[in-house]
Write a new protein. Sequence first.
Length: 313
Amino acid sequence: MWDGIVIGGGFAGLIAGIRASERGKRILMIAEGTGSLSSSSGVFDIGPIPSLARLEKHPYSYLEPQNIQAAVEYFRSLLPEYEKCEGESSLVLTPLGSCRTADLMPMGLKAEALIQSKEIVLMAPEGMKDFFSRVVKENLEKEFPQSRVEIYPFQVSAFAPWQQVGKAVNGLEFARFWRTEEGIETLQKLLEALVRYIRNQKEAAVVFPGLSRVFNKPLQKLLAHFPCPIIEMTDIPPTFGGEILYDALKRKFKEFGGEIILGSGVRKVDIQGKNCFQVWVKSKGSDSNFQAKELVLATGGSSEGGSKRLRME
Ligand SMILES: Cc1cc2nc3c(=O)[nH]c(=O)nc-3n(C[C@H](O)[C@H](O)[C@H](O)COP(=O)(O)OP(=O)(O)OC[C@H]3O[C@@H](n4cnc5c(N)ncnc54)[C@H](O)[C@@H]3O)c2cc1C
C-alpha cells in the first residue's frame, strides 16, 4: 500500500507530490497527461495578494495571504533560479512585445532594464514561427517611448535545412537549440557581432525571443559576460518556459523517491474506510488498481476536464 496517491500530474499534483515525498512518504502519481503547465509561460501571476484574496471566487480567496506567501517561498526553495519580486510586481514582455506584470519568474525575463535604456536592439531570428518583429518593435516603442528600437535580423545556419523544405521553426525549438554545444558556439559568435553593432553599450538593452537561460549554466555565463542586459520574452504555446518548469518539477519529485504512471487515467476511486483508498486506472484497455492511505485530487480542469470525469464511491 502506498502512503499516498496523487491523481494528476500538473503543477498542483507535482507540488503536492514533491511536498509529501520530501517528508519521507511513498507517493505514487497517476496522470493522464501533462496538464496545462507545459502550455503556460512558466511565469506566475500572484498579484497584490490581499486584493486578489478579496475577489469573490478567485482561487486566492480560499487561502490566507500568509499561506500564499509561504507557498511562494517554498517554490523558491525548490527552484532558486526563479526570481521573486520584492514589493511591486515586475515587468515581463509578452510574445508581441507589450508588457505584463508577473511576480515569480525564471531568471532572464525581468524587463525593468528597458525603462532606463535609450537603445533597444530587438533580435529577430529569421524564420521563427509566429514571431512578428515589426509588431514587436511597434509595441516596444509604445511601451518604452524614451528608447530607439532597432531590429537585428540574424540567421541560424543549423535550421537552414528545415527552412529550405518549408518547415517553420518555433520559439521552443530555438530555445532548445541555444542550450546545445553547437547552440552556445553559434550564440557566442552572434553576441560578438552584436557588441560591435551596438553604439552605446551603457544605455542599450537587448530583447531576445526564443531564448531561455534558466537551469543552464553555460548559457547563463555567456549572457552574463555581455556588456548590456539581455532580456528574454515569454513565448506562445508550445512554450519552452512551461516545458522546462514541468521537467524540473518532475525531476524533483523523482529525486525525492516519487513514482509516476503517466498516460493512464483514473476512472474510479473506492473509499474503503477512513485511511484506505482504492484507485482504479484504465490503461490500454485493461484495469489495474492501487491502494493508498491518503489521496490527493489534483486533476485541474482548465486543460483536460479534471474531476468531472472521475467517480468517487
Ligand atoms: C495556455 C495557458 C497559459 C497559461 N499561462 C499562465 C501564466 O502565464 N501564468 C500563470 O500563473 N498561470 C498560467 N496558466 C494557468 C496555469 O498553467 C494553471 O492554472 C495550472 O497549471 C493548473 O495546474 P493544475 O495542476 O491545477 O491543473 P492541470 O495543469 O490541468 O493538471 C491536471 C492534471 O490532472 C490530470 N488528470 C485529469 N483527470 C485525470 C484522471 N481522471 N486521471 C488521471 N489524471 C487526470 C491531467 O492529465 C493533468 O496531469 C496558463 C494555462 C494555460 C492553459
